[in-house]
Design a protein around this ligand. Structure first.
Ligand SMILES: *Cc1c(COP(=O)(O)O)cnc(C)c1O
Length: 374
């Protein structure tokens, strides 16, 4: 291999649009506006336009986005929050930080996502909020979930950190993940599908009053004018430099996601005859933008495959190795069979738009060789 294979190769990706990116960086350099300001406002407007939502509030990172979203809902202290255990820590973390009772929802084995059926196993009359996570780039089946939640007066906050650009079927239309619940959140952490060169996040909503609140909370609870406060907030801002990078890269998001889909298709075709490997499933209610390409490896062979690939300098990752409900700060005493099973089986392969055919052929060859197939 000429270039070392990486899980995500940002240098290769940024090299493709180097002129545009360096110009954007230089513009911020000479503008003198480094936090907030016109670059951030322009990016918020561009993302709102892309998603088709009226309000986007940029903030410091994806975890803050979730935190600010929950703060804006002004929940009573006994408001129970449901979220998956098979995900990154943020959703559970912010529920705990706000001292709300937390219950975990098991996921489906095929989609790695929660479903209404799994929600019904744990929902109670105290449940006030559900935070679905559109994991690995495929959307949760939102239509039945929304219908049920609306009926019960339960609010839905979507964690879209891994699914910016994913579309979900709602009746006869398709809507962007993150624009279906009362609030959607995302992260621009460097490994995400739309990413900056540091930390960044955003919150989306169609509700003007909520948008105003989200904005105020992200800026110390400010009441519109500086040094006047209407509530207790946090300090969570997007740097102008990150906004400028994001505005350039947003123009390429669909193209990048399309390239991920192409690589995913090649992987899936190449592994279709491996009996001990289950390739990702694309379900009819959502598109899949392959934030991760995640295999299930059966019969206890996951760790062996991983070591074999690492010996050939092919990186892999286990998202996520220990379910949250089995870790000390988040223990709920629940048993979640699918989540616990997946933690033993999942393996994510290198996946990013700048992957090359030669790199992918090499990865495919080695995966097949481990299972003694040519
Ligand atoms: C990355 C991620 C987050 C957190 O984003 P940060 O910007 O790192 O705070 C939250 N949820 C999910 C599912 C993520 O993948």
């Amino acid at each position: 291999m000429s270039e070392k294979i990486q899980m995500v190769d940002l240098v290769a990706l940024h090299r493709e649009i180097e002129e545009e990116l360096t110009q954007a960086l230089l513009d911020v350099y000479s503008s003198g506006h480094y936090i907030g300001g016109p670059e951030v406002t322009r990016f918020e407007a561009a993302l709102a336009h892309y998603l088709g939502v009226p309000h986007v509030v940029a903030c410091g990172n994806g975890t803050d986005a979730l935190m600010i979203a929950l703060m804006a809902l002004e929940l009573p202290s006994d408001a129970e929050i449901l979220t998956p255990s098979f995900t990154f820590v943020s959703t559970a973390e912010v529920a705990k930080l706000l001292r709300c009772p937390l219950r975990f929802v098991d996921v489906e084995l095929d989609s790695f996502n929660i479903s209404l059926e799994k929600v019904l196993e744990v929902a109670s009359n105290k449940t006030r909020v559900i935070i679905p996570v559109h994991l690995f780039g495929q959307g949760v089946n939102m239509e039945p979930l929304v219908e049920w939640a609306e009926d019960k007066g339960i609010l839905i906050v979507e964690d879209t950190a891994q699914a910016l650009g994913t579309q979900i079927r709602m009746g006869s239309e398709w809507r962007f993940a993150g624009t279906i619940g009362i609030i959607g959140t995302t992260s621009f952490y460097p490994s995400k599908n739309l990413s900056c060169m540091g930390d960044g996040g955003a919150i989306f909503t169609s509700n003007a009053e909520l948008a105003r609140k989200l904005n105020s909370i992200a800026k110390h609870g400010m009441a519109g004018e500086r040094y006047f406060y209407e509530r207790i907030g946090v300090n969570s801002r997007l740097d102008a430099i990150q906004a400028a990078i994001l505005r350039v890269k947003l123009n390429y998001l669909d193209q990048y996601n399309e390239r991920r889909r192409k690589w995913a298709k090649r992987y899936t075709e190449a592994f279709s005859d491996l009996e001990e490997v289950i390739t990702p499933v694309e379900l009819p209610h959502s598109t899949h933008i392959y934030h991760q390409y995640t295999l299930r490896v059966l019969n206890g062979k996951r760790d062996g495959l991983r070591e074999y690939l690492h010996a050939h300098e092919i990186p892999t990752m286990i998202y996520y190795p220990v379910p949250l409900h089995l870790q000390a700060p988040y223990r709920t005493g629940q048993t979640l069979p699918n989540t616990e099973r997946l933690a033993q089986e999942v393996l994510s392969l290198p996946m990013h738009p700048a992957l090359t055919e030669a790199q992918q052929d090499f990865i495919i060859e080695k995966v097949r060789a481990y299972f003694r197939k040519k």
